[in-house]
Design a protein around this ligand. Structure first.
Ligand SMILES: [Zn+2]
Length: 426
């Protein structure tokens, strides 16, 4: 799907532009959007140096009225904590100016949320292709290739990891679709999946900052955001791999004292998900008897106790119970699920094989892009990684490969196997 068509389905973003010297086109974009008011740049010291400073000059030269730039320190790493959102919201409230978020990560998150609470809109200027579609909800999204290509390499790798996740997230949606849990929305599917393999085709070039590949990555991540805007849910962009990453986010996973980028966690999550898919696709589900599984199938009370024992005192335990209860099957529901899976196994397996890359290929691509490919590189022990797989299955109602593995009675065994095996985490 081309950008113009995709934009016509997005609810918030009206303009998308990525290109060489795209910053210099911002005055025209601001005027095309019919924005007569003043603008205010929001940046941190790093993103200000990367693009904010130049943008100020460009806007001044074009006689666009500027409020004083809101500048955050570059260190310590700024987090999108709610107190910062409140503070920014109150700074922006009396200012009659359109905010321009200069920065792809936290700065964009902070501005997005603050202006949303004020019922206003904003423009987003990317400084790295680490931006997840979740966050790109500006009225205009502008990526200057000179700026994007000079971003720190690990940020570009994170963007690649987050876009790569759409391969396994797509597989999860296929699975949910086949099992009658959640149908695929053809429009959102096309926006994300139609060109996904082309966007992902040049991991090494992305790592080297080659501009054409960076442009593809930025376009892909942004289209993912438009797909979520179009159907008001994150299913097009997120499956089991994001649930794993979500657990690590809630556990505040850091590496050398710095929070690990979302996309780098998602890349490890994608590999875990892909490994579980390989084990699933090796099975012939017709050989699995539902009666055997029913003997160990827990009642909801027992399931709740399982969640308590695994999540312990963690703040997210309560949320897990709420989410898991929504998808917990009664024995007759499990019987139906097995029947449907067996009945549709040939088509399901075909569709999944077509969607996924073989594990080795996927790992090589992520590695070439500069992503971490072993849990240890994120500072995770294998025990902790195994525990995360079990927790991630409890985290959200959204149906993924972790759920089918759980329902088949294989989740614990497979989690152990992928983290113990040289096949997967060598
Ligand atoms: Zn993401």
């Amino acid at each position: 799907m081309n950008i113009t068509t995709a934009l016509s389905h997005a609810t918030e973003t009206k303009v998308f532009e990525v290109g060489v010297d795209a910053l210099s086109r911002l005055p025209a974009i601001i005027r095309d959007l019919g924005i007569e008011e003043r603008v205010v740049i929001v940046a941190d010291e790093n993103t200000y140096a990367a693009a904010g400073d130049r943008l100020e000059q460009i806007l001044r030269n074009a006689s666009i009225a500027l409020e004083e730039t809101i500048l955050y320190p570059g260190r310590p790493v700024l987090q999108a904590e709610y107190e910062h959102i409140v503070e920014l919201r109150e700074r922006l409230r009396p200012v009659d100016a359109l905010p321009i978020a200069v920065g792809s990560g936290t700065i964009n998150d902070l501005v997005k949320r603050s202006v949303w609470e004020l019922g206003r809109r904003y423009l987003s200027v990317g400084t790295a292709v680490s931006m997840d579609g979740y966050t790109s909800a500006g009225a205009a999204i502008v990526g200057d290739l000179g700026v994007l290509a000079s971003a720190p390499k690990k940020m570009t790798a994170a963007g690649y990891g987050d876009l790569f996740a759409k391969i396994v997230a797509g597989a999860d949606w296929i699975l949910a679709d086949e099992l009658g849990v959640e149908s695929i929305d053809p429009l959102a599917w096309e926006m994300v999946q139609e060109e996904l393999r082309a966007w992902l085709a040049h991991p090494a070039a992305c790592a080297q900052g080659e501009q054409e590949s960076i442009a593809q990555l930025y376009t892909g991540l942004s289209l993912t955001g438009f797909a979520m805007q179009a159907i008001h849910k994150s299913r097009p962009a997120s499956g089991a791999e994001h649930q794993l990453s979500h657990i690590w986010e809630m556990e505040s996973l850091t590496l050398d004292g710095v929070p690990v980028s979302h996309g780098l966690k998602v890349a490890i999550g994608s590999l875990a998900s892909c490994a579980i898919y390989e084990l699933l696709l090796e099975l012939d589900v017709r050989d699995l008897g539902v009666d055997e599984r029913l003997r160990s199938w827990p009642s909801w009370e027992k399931r709740e106790a399982e969640i308590s024992s695994l999540a312990g005192e963690a703040a997210y335990a309560q949320q897990m119970k709420v989410e898991s209860k929504k998808k917990h099957l009664a024995p007759e529901g499990l019987r139906d699920r097995f029947e449907r899976l067996v009945g549709r196994w040939d088509t399901t397996r075909e569709r999944l094989k077509k969607q996924l890359y073989p594990y080795d290929e996927m790992r090589a691509m992520l590695e070439a892009a500069g992503c971490y490919v072993r849990p240890e590189e994120l500072g995770l022990s294998r025990e902790r990684a195994v525990r995360t797989i079990r927790l991630a299955q409890m985290m959200r109602e959204r149906y993924t490969v972790l759920d089918v593995a759980y329902e088949l009675g294989r989740l614990d065994e497979w989690a152990d196997r992928i983290f113990a095996s040289d096949r997967y985490w060598r």
